[in-house]
Design a protein around this ligand. Structure first.
Ligand SMILES: C=C(O[C@@H]1C=C(C(=O)O)C=C[C@H]1O)C(=O)O
Length: 284
């Protein structure tokens, strides 16, 4: 959970710094997942009679998510504005919630079911972690434990789009308000999209994935193939990681940004909205 107490929580540079750091978390968790076989059973609902006997009819992975998030909810993880669960109906925290600064406009945006569906349908099937999609090594607990870590890091990254949107909105509310009032998703998407930022991100991501995926000999030398090229082991599919961001993580982050903007004026009076139009960040 990011420390929202120190620094300007709505500095776009600071927010982008968090997104950049989450690239490492996501790449390394995908590398970790590649240690184990695909184990397709763990993504199939009803594939474990033992779970059905417990009255649970989801997949092994969904059971792992439920059990993990139930415990984390009791430890007040989901009272943090940058943490979103995959499981519904979680228990209340055993501790009183921490007093986070009110940064985001109240909202119920949670796209984790889309993230889970994409992960099971595409990331695993595409074998971004470089393994055979039908291989089963029986390591169901280890594989699901790491799947949960991958999903949680992607979820945090995607939902950080709310902070990006609040930062951009506060920089120039008047630019956003008419399109929010007209429910114009395309215009809002155009305002929040920064092609140059995305281009640099994908270039950085490819370099990171190549670097993190390479193997080192016991003496610390980088392993090379017969032609002296750096040997990229099957740890992860480097192009698959870039494609994951280009075809899913960035687009769904922008969906969250637009969804957040569309509800940004909810509950505000006409006078509040007029006052917002006059403001620009740092002006107060
Ligand atoms: C996150 C931002 O908003 C948009 C989404 C991006 C992403 O998901 O990486 C990058 C740039 C923008 O198109 C941003 O401006 O930094």
């Amino acid at each position: 959970m990011e420390n929202f107490i120190i620094g300007d929580p709505l500095s776009l540079d600071r927010i982008r710094g968090v997104l950049t750091r989450l690239e490492d978390t996501i790449i390394f968790s995908l590398i970790e997942r590649a240690q184990f076989a695909q184990n397709p059973r763990i993504y199939q609902k009803g594939a474990f009679a033992e779970l059905t006997a417990l009255g649970f009819h989801g997949s092994w992975l969904e059971w792992f998510l439920k059990e993990t998030e139930t415990f984390h909810a009791k430890a007040r993880r989901y009272t943090s504005p940058d943490e979103y669960p995959f499981t519904c109906d979680l228990p209340a925290p055993v501790l009183p919630p921490l007093k986070y600064p009110k940064i985001l406009h109240p909202n119920k945006i949670n796209v984790n079911q889309s993230i889970l569906s994409f992960y099971v349908r595409t990331i695993r099937a595409k074998g971004i972690t470089g393994d055979d999609e039908f291989e089963d090594d029986g390591n169901y607990g280890s594989a699901a434990t790491i799947d949960v870590e991958v999903l949680q890091s992607i979820s945090k990254r995607v939902h950080y789009g709310k902070f990006v949107s609040e930062s951009k909105f506060q920089d120039n509310p008047a630019a956003f308000i008419p399109h929010i009032q007209e429910r114009d998703r395309c215009a809002l998407a155009g305002l929040i999209t920064k092609p140059e930022v995305e281009k640099k991100l994908l270039q950085r991501l490819h370099k990171k994935a190549v670097t993190y995926a390479q193997d080192f000999a016991p003496d610390g030398e980088i392993m090379r193939d017969a032609n002296g090229n750096i040997g990229i082991t099957a740890k992860i599919d480097v192009d698959g990681v870039v494609d994951l961001y280009e075809s899913f993580i960035i687009p769904i982050t922008k969906e969250v940004e637009v969804d957040y903007l569309l509800q940004r004026l909810d509950g505000l009076s006409a006078e509040d909205i007029e006052n917002l139009k006059q403001r620009r960040r740092g002006a107060v």
